[in-house]
Write a protein that binds this ligand. Structure first.
Ligand code: PCA
Length: 217
């Protein structure tokens, strides 16, 4: 009997001035869930370029996922933000948790300039929208550790038959946003529901829907 396919779902440790990272708060709630015949396995990644890469490679060896979904905090964004693309650049505005601050270095030397998400971003977008959740398709995952992990997930996925990967950025939790005058936030229950729906859509769509979700800016 073949084993249950697995989704590797990752969240990050807190970074910058934060005590928590909403990505890990949500992701660890989903550990062990069964979604569309897949078992969700949550892993915590350090918010540090080199350490996160080692942790991801180890998690992929252990879990042997068929789907990888990275999740990270994007403080200031107001919607669940489904990333379309990861670029082969590390350009850190602040030091990572290990003190590294690479500027204009490749994630993978000689790798492609970018990878598109291989998860069905439009199907995921419409599943969340239909559930009344604020959601957007984003065309940049930034140039810090999240983009780095999104790129590495896709780099590992393209080397493995039948493995797909993608990334979602999430807003602050209310408990983080109260410290700022204007920062948007999203309740943890909504984030968890959104991630579960996104995984459900990813697991059940091998081909994406054709649906406009572009921007002019
Ligand atoms: N967000 C950061 C790194 C870790 C996280 O949760 C980013 O967007 O790069």
């Amino acid at each position: 009997m073949s084993k249950t396919p697995r989704i590797l779902l990752t969240g990050f440790t807190p970074f910058g001035n934060e005590d928590i990272n909403p990505s890990w708060e949500a992701v660890h709630e989903l550990h062990g869930r069964s979604i569309a015949g897949h078992q969700v396995v949550a892993h915590l990644l350090p918010t540090a370029f080199d350490d996160s890469r080692r942790a991801l490679e180890q998690a992929v060896r252990e879990v042997e996922p068929t789907i990888m979904l990275g999740v990270g905090q994007a403080g200031g964004r107001s919607r669940l933000s489904i990333e379309r693309v990861a670029i082969n650049v590390q350009d850190a505005r602040i030091p990572d948790n290990a003190g590294a601050q690479p500027i204009d270095e490749a994630v993978i030397a000689g790798g492609p300039a970018a990878y598109f998400s291989t998860l069905p971003i439009k199907a995921m977008f419409s599943a969340l929208q239909a559930d009344g959740l604020p959601v957007e398709v984003s065309n940049t995952a930034g140039t810090f550790v999240c983009n780095h992990i999104a790129y590495l997930m896709l780099h590992l996925a393209v080397q493995r038959q039948g493995v797909r990967a993608g990334f979602i950025h999430i807003p602050y939790l209310p408990v983080q946003a109260v410290r700022f005058a204007q920062a948007p936030s999203m309740a943890q229950g909504d984030v968890v529901r959104g991630l579960a729906l996104a995984m459900q859509a990813a697991a059940s769509h091998l081909v994406d829907d054709k649906l406009g979700a572009g921007t002019l800016d």
